[in-house]
Ligand binder design. Structure first.
Ligand code: MG
Ligand code: MG
Length: 281
């Protein structure tokens, strides 16, 4: 009889989680630095060069996505209907775009992974609303990342948060465990059932990353073999934090400290789309 496959989950010691947080702070500082540069006219390629230079300016740190499975950039930069894995290029941002920047950093053998969606100039009401709901979905998912919960509670929190909006949760892309490798077990679905899935326990570290679209939950991959877009071309947003499960609850390693709601509330995007999404370094 073949049983259900059990994911091999590497638990991290408190010292190891501290090392991951040092890595995560580089990512958090990067987002604070890059936010003012996300403006109409800037190319995604120049943002990518900034990411590469910024990360490498920290002792021993390298951009973890560069060359990962053959990815050419240091950041995944995805505009509008692009959900994830956009390749940096000479394409220039335009006012009204929403752009998701997803960055992994590896330093001294440990990884951190985080993504933010930024408004470019003045954005429309739908785009601002989508960003806000996606961000709140991440906040709820992080709050559910506790040792008395299961992985399914994380996706259930996303579902509950998103439901009133009617936006689609991209189900074919998932969050993941993270540690010495950027992608570890378990998978963290954004569609979950409370009380189901792998039991969460102190020492697990998860990259939690809800991805939403205004229209359909279906996606397709472009002919560049990387860029994933919504199938119907509707706007998409994506936020991600690396989060450690501790005895006392979730600890955001890419946002700066123990989760008490304050860090993410302070970093929430302006629902009018006129302000910045700035993580707390
Ligand atoms: Mg990421
Ligand atoms: Mg990730």
């Amino acid at each position: 009889m073949v049983g259900k496959r059990r994911p091999l989950i590497h638990l991290k010691s408190p010292d190891e989680i501290d090392a991951m947080e040092r890595c995560g702070r580089i990512v958090a500082a990067l987002f604070a630095e890059i936010e003012p540069q996300v403006r109409p006219g800037v190319s995604t390629g120049s943002l990518d060069r900034f990411v590469d230079d910024f990360v490498r300016s920290h002792d021993g740190a390298v951009p973890a996505f560069k060359g990962l499975y053959g990815f050419p950039g240091s950041a995944c930069i995805s505009i509008n209907e692009e959900v994830v894995h956009g390749i940096p290029s000479s394409r220039r941002l335009r006012a009204g775009d929403v752009v998701s920047i997803d960055v992994g950093v590896k330093q001294r053998g440990w990884c951190a992974d985080s993504a933010y969606t930024f408004p470019v100039g003045e954005i429309g009401a739908e785009a601002a609303s989508l960003m806000e709901v996606t961000y709140q979905a991440l906040a709820a998912a992080v709050a559910a990342t506790r040792p008395d919960h299961h992985v399914g509670d994380i996706g259930a929190a996303v579902v509950e948060t998103v439901r009133p909006s009617g936006y689609a949760i991209i189900r074919d892309l998932v969050g993941h465990g993270i540690g010495r490798a950027i992608h570890e077990e378990p998978q963290v679905s954004n569609i979950g059932r409370a009380g189901f899935g792998v039991p969460l326990q102190a020492g697990m570290v998860l990259a939690i990353e809800p991805m939403l679209a205004v229209g359909t939950d279906e996606i397709r991959t472009l002919s560049d073999r990387w860029t994933v877009t919504s199938l119907d071309g509707s706007l998409s947003a994506h936020f991600e934090h690396t989060v450690a499960v501790t005895e006392t609850g979730p600890r955001i390693l890419t946002g700066g400290g123990i989760w008490d709601g304050a860090a993410m509330v302070a970093g929430r995007p302006d629902p009018e789309g006129t302000g910045a999404t700035v993580p707390q370094p």
